[in-house]
Design a protein around this ligand. Structure first.
Ligand code: PSU
Ligand code: MN
Length: 308
């Protein structure tokens, strides 16, 4: 465990907050490098950090820089990842050790961000969307490593539900099999990222950050491994029209199929395609839902510190 110091670097601000049991919220960096275009990606990442501060918590954006697993980045580092975009390695669980040993950079996915957050001692992580079971996974086996990470690593992940680039039904089944609780914040229905409704139910509706924190703490006290998923619907005023976004996603999926896009390229390809098809409307929705999740993440983290 001593050698961990060689690879893990927690910023002084985040370290101090954790030592004083102050609320900290982890943030991922794949969303910066692979999920949004420059410069909106950097603007969003910085604004998300500000929202977390405004809600009384300390942000810890996670990435791998020069082989170091970092929690807490400077503005310049966020800008660097945003400008480098797709040329930064998209780093999930399988990539961490390789990048660390080689001293390379990586933008962390939900799975990798959870790992670094847990190593640093951070319990809450806010993002936009998680990976899941892709459409056609019966034959492609394309199931994001994010789902198994949720089953393994003790971090509460706040997202806006599952978007229909995924097979939402299979994603829910997979999470059930893996024993991951899917909690709906002030909703019984699983949100579908750009829209507030998916046609699927969450496991439990939870109405307050206090109760979300209590549930996570109970899992910890019971010595159960793994994380939890909080699904937070996009605010009504920013939600997209269901038929319009469904058609755009269909078109993007068809294009990916035609071009033979596979593996880790799939999610970034589809996100980019949808942004282009919708002329930036989906990007605006995406940005707003991340802001909304950051605020909720900060509130949960604040409640969790009170329980510890
Ligand atoms: N969904 C989004 N935006 C994103 C991602 C997913 O709406 O940026 C990113 C996240 O980092 C997530 C990753 O962890 O894609 C999942 O990729 P894959 O399906 O290859 O595991
Ligand atoms: Mn995949």
């Amino acid at each position: 465990m001593n050698n961990l110091k060689k690879y893990l670097e927690v910023s002084p601000e985040v370290q101090e907050a954790l030592a004083a049991n102050k609320p900290v919220v982890a943030l991922e960096s794949t969303i910066i490098s692979h999920g949004m275009p420059y410069p909106q990606n950097v603007e969003t990442a910085l604004k998300v950090e500000q929202i977390i501060r405004d809600n009384g918590a300390v942000p810890a954006t996670v990435a791998i820089i020069g082989g170091k697993l970092r929690a807490g980045l400077s503005k310049d580092e966020i800008d660097y990842l945003g400008k480098k975009g797709l040329s930064v390695t998209k780093a999930s669980r399988r990539d961490l050790a390789v990048l660390a040993a080689r001293g390379e950079d990586g933008a962390t996915t939900v799975a990798a961000t959870m790992i670094v957050a847990a190593l640093a001692g951070i319990s809450v992580f806010a993002t936009g969307g998680i990976g899941g079971v892709h459409r056609g996974a019966e034959t492609t086996m394309d199931i994001s490593a994010d789902l198994d990470e949720l089953a393994m690593t003790p971090v509460m992940v706040v997202c806006a539900g599952a978007k229909s680039i995924l097979d939402i039904g299979l994603t829910m089944e997979y999470l059930e099999t893996k024993g991951v609780s899917v909690l709906g914040y002030q909703t019984e229905e699983l949100p579908a990222f750009y829209t507030r409704k998916s046609g699927f139910k969450v496991d439990y509706r939870i109405d307050t950050p206090t109760e979300l924190a209590k549930i996570f703490q109970a899992k910890e006290d019971l010595n159960m491994k793994g994380g939890m998923l909080v699904t937070n619907p996009i605010p009504e005023e920013f939600a997209m029209d269901h038929d319009y976004i469904s058609k755009s996603i269909e078109d993007a999926c068809e294009e990916a199929e035609k071009l033979g896009i596979k593996g880790k390229e799939t999610t970034p390809f589809l996100l980019d395609k949808i942004q282009k098809i919708t002329g930036g409307k989906s990007l605006e929705a995406n940005i707003q839902l991340v802001f909304n999740n950051a605020a909720l993440g900060a509130k949960i983290a604040a409640e969790l510190s009170k329980l510890k």
